[in-house]
Design a protein around this ligand. Structure first.
Ligand code: DOR
Length: 438
């Protein structure tokens, strides 16, 4: 008789080839069997009847601010938020204080994370004009998910804005590069027009559609010329989504939960808590983002979890800090979108597990299949619950989605065979590991 460390029994599994009623057997942190395991033995059996078992969902875009300001977020608190929200791995951005742009900074972070992360974690390395010569070696480190280029300035001091430097970055290595795509020259040119301040919705006028679209046209022209694969993060305009369909040979696409769930109505409701880069825009862009989810243009969905203090969010615009929290609310909101009929659960898994694994080359992640890591997000598609700020684990303590009622909720997070969250309770000790990348 077969024996396992853990069996998830009787759930509806979202397999790469479709939904199936199946038990999942786990041995030594890996998926060892899928199917009817009623006669098998296991050290632990978890009843998943009435629940959906998804491959561990990944948030490929978080800013955990560590090193930075622990009153806002840290790796321990941000990864705790992740597992409470049903996320099994996060990819952490490099615009910390100081930025992650060198071997030494990467090694420090790697050593610091041991025993402190609740979920698995991949590390971005930031490109700067001063480290282009080191990028090829840095991207080859096994736990580096990608090089991140800020081609337009945002939070922090990372910036590579001119074509000559961007081309040098592209010619420096082989793996897919992730871009913050807003044209820096246009941002700076338009900044004085808005210096006097005004309502928060002016954020979307300053950093307008053409800022993002021009940034993406410039990057994709260089990507095609150099042949270097490009992942355009947080695509926010209908124009870019249309344009990027012509670049599937080199380009992949991320959209954010913020741009799917909100439009510029949010500025009146949320004030500074709607300000982010690239901005939340008019409803036609939100509709285009959903159309791009449906027609396959979009590869990944992320939260762009970007915590700031309440004081920084409440500064009058344009001094308002840009960025919204989201790692903990991403899965509930996406499940609610599934229940509202905006996408299927299979497409959610494609976007949040298989997609990031494919785009970033994560090893043994993103798929319910024998031999893959035993990472599971177990969800109750019928559970109704309201997002409350008291639930938020990030020290900054706020979410732009407070008060939103969701149908569908993550009830258990399992990482490499260990349940780390069950019914809102975080279990055990932080044993998150670096994700490995091809
Ligand atoms: O709104 C944003 N906030 N966009 C970014 O690109 C960076 C992020 C942050 O780190 O605050």
């Amino acid at each position: 008789m077969s024996s396992f460390d853990l069996i998830l029994r009787g759930g509806t599994c979202v397999l790469p080839w479709g939904e199936a009623q199946a038990d999942v057997g786990v041995r030594a942190g890996r998926i060892a069997a899928l199917g009817d395991l009623r006669t098998a033995e296991a050290a632990e059996v978890i009843d998943c009847a009435g629940l959906h078992v998804l491959p561990g969902l990944i948030d490929p875009h978080v800013h955990l601010r560590d090193p930075g300001d622990p009153a806002v977020e840290t790796i321990p608190t941000g990864t705790r938020a992740a597992v409470l929200g049903g996320i099994t791995a996060v990819f952490d951005m490099p615009n910390t204080i100081p930025s992650i742009t060198s071997q030494a900074a990467l090694e420090n972070k790697r050593a610091y994370v041991k025993g402190k992360a609740w979920c698995d974690i991949g590390f971005y390395v930031g490109a700067a004009k001063s480290n282009i010569g080191e990028l090829a070696a840095l991207e080859a480190e096994p736990d580096v998910c990608a090089i991140k280029v800020f081609a337009g300035s945002s939070t922090g001091d990372l910036l590579v804005e001119d074509d000559a430097s961007l081309e040098r970055v592209m010619r420096s290595g082989r793996r897919r590069i992730c871009y913050h795509s807003e044209d820096e020259y246009r941002l700076q040119e338009r900044k004085p027009i808005y210096a006097a301040g005004g309502p928060h919705r002016l954020h979307a006028e300053w950093r307008d559609v053409e800022c993002a679209f021009l940034g993406t046209r410039r990057l994709m022209a260089l990507a095609r010329e150099t042949g270097r694969p490009a992942h355009i993060l947080h695509v926010s305009t209908a124009e870019e989504l249309d344009y990027l369909k012509e670049f599937r040979d080199v380009g992949t696409v991320e959209v954010l939960i913020n741009h799917l769930s909100q439009n510029d109505e949010a500025y009146d409701r949320l004030g500074g808590y709607a300000v982010m880069n690239p901005p939340i825009r008019a409803a036609r862009h939100q509709e285009a983002a959903w159309a791009a989810v449906r027609d396959g243009t979009v590869d990944c969905i992320g939260s762009d979890h970007a915590p700031h203090s309440r004081a920084a969010k409440e500064r009058p615009w344009p001094a308002t800090a840009a960025g919204l929290t989201g790692v903990q609310t991403l899965v509930p909101l996406m499940l609610d979108h599934v229940n509202a009929g905006r996408l299927s659960l299979a497409r959610l898994v494609d976007l949040m597990a298989a997609g990031p694994a494919r785009v970033y080359g994560a090893v043994c992640k993103g798929r319910l299949a024998a031999g893959y890591d035993a990472d599971f997000t177990v969800v109750d598609m019928k559970r109704q619950r309201t997002i409350e700020e008291s639930w938020i684990a990030s020290p900054c303590g706020w979410t732009p989605f407070a008060g939103q009622r969701c149908t569908g909720w993550p009830v258990m997070t399992v990482i490499r065979g260990r349940a780390v969250m069950r019914e809102d309770e975080v279990l055990g000790t932080p044993e998150g590991q670096p994700v490995r990348f091809r």
